[in-house]
Design a protein around this ligand. Structure first.
Ligand code: NAP
Length: 289
């Protein structure tokens, strides 16, 4: 059965919003976007009725509890939204013959490596958010082996809350900013991830067997400091940036020192070339201005 009707949760998040910006390019698909009011992921008992009323061919779950530091104190809520709800969506999808795509994070990994993490690397989260997402992955696959889980990292967009927008605001307000320079990862433009998600659906429609865990992030690894320096250059700002260590910037949730994702699997299976993060950042900043 070809996928036509697409239910997207988290309509107001970065990724949900970027997907909503693509609908005009893909008129063959019927998209239904639900925000927190339309589908509250803290209320899994309500899912069945909502899904029955819509009867989509695929569910794209972009909604998540993404407040990394707050998750240390809101463990129960983050676990419900990122694990229990994901499991419920996977189970209902399997029962009704609906395909299921959900997203996870580079924070499921230990942070201890010098080579990019492969999709089948052992999960060893070092904070509560990472644990809730790792749990969500496991439950999704246990409930529905055909689930598609896309791990991503350092997501930014012209919409919503993210590092790029925070940096531009702070660099306008302050003369000097200290940025962590010893955490390594791959920034991801939510628009590029949204396009890759549509490519997955198109591939499914051609009969390609896609299931399990994938990694998607823009190419080129960097640090938060270098990311900020590029934002500064592209936005034409003059704030002085100082690189500091993780130890000099304590946060409630521990951050992995190295969380670079290896994206070869998705590149090969979808035959896509992933854009470089600096080029995608330039596009994002052009939109912001
Ligand atoms: N952001 C990142 O840097 C990052 C990094 C790695 C992985 N990821 C993963 O990538 C996916 C997309 O992330 P994103 O960047 O688009 O996140 P985002 O911008 O933070 O958006 C998350 C969305 O989830 C919604 N949400 C939160 N709790 C909810 C609930 N109880 N019920 C329904 N909706 C709820 C939020 O609703 P409101 O708008 O009402 O608050 C928001 O629209 C997520 O799975 C995330 O874990 C993100």
């Amino acid at each position: 059965m070809a996928i036509k009707k697409i239910l997207v949760t988290g309509a107001n998040g970065q990724l949900g919003w970027e997907l909503s910006q693509l609908t005009a390019i893909y008129p063959a698909f019927e998209f239904i976007f639900l925000d927190r009011i339309g589908m509250d992921l803290s209320q899994p008992a309500t899912f069945e009725k909502i899904i029955n009323d819509i009867l989509p061919d695929i569910i794209i779950n972009t909604a998540a509890y993404t407040a990394v530091d707050k998750a240390e104190t809101e463990k129960e809520l983050s676990h419900t939204v990122n694990a229990i709800a994901v499991g419920a969506l996977a189970r209902i999808s399997k029962q009704k013959g609906i395909r299921f795509i959900t997203y996870s994070t580079d924070y499921v990994f230990s942070g201890v490596s010098s080579t990019p993490f492969l999709p089948d690397t052992l999960l060893q989260p070092i904070n509560s958010y990472g644990s809730s997402k790792a749990e969500g992955e496991k439950i999704a696959l246990a409930e529905n082996a055909a689930s598609i889980i896309i791990r991503t990292s350092w997501v930014f967009s012209s919409h919503g809350n993210n590092f790029v927008k925070t940096m531009i605001r702070l660099m306008k307000e302050r003369e000097q900013l200290k940025i962590v320079g010893d955490q390594h990862g791959r920034p991801t433009y939510a628009r590029d991830l949204a396009m890759a998600t549509i490519k997955i659906i198109e591939a499914l429609n051609t009969g390609k067997n896609i299931q399990g865990v994938y990694h998607y992030a823009n190419t080129g690894a960097t640090t938060w400091y270098q990311f900020a320096a590029k934002i500064k250059a592209l936005a034409g700002l003059s704030c002085e940036l100082i690189a500091i260590t993780t130890a000099e910037f304590p946060t409630p949730a521990a951050r992995p020192g190295y969380s670079v994702l290896d994206t070869q699997k998705i590149e090969n299976e979808l035959s896509i070339t992933i854009p470089n993060w600096e080029n995608s950042l330039e596009q994002c900043i052009q939109k912001l201005s």
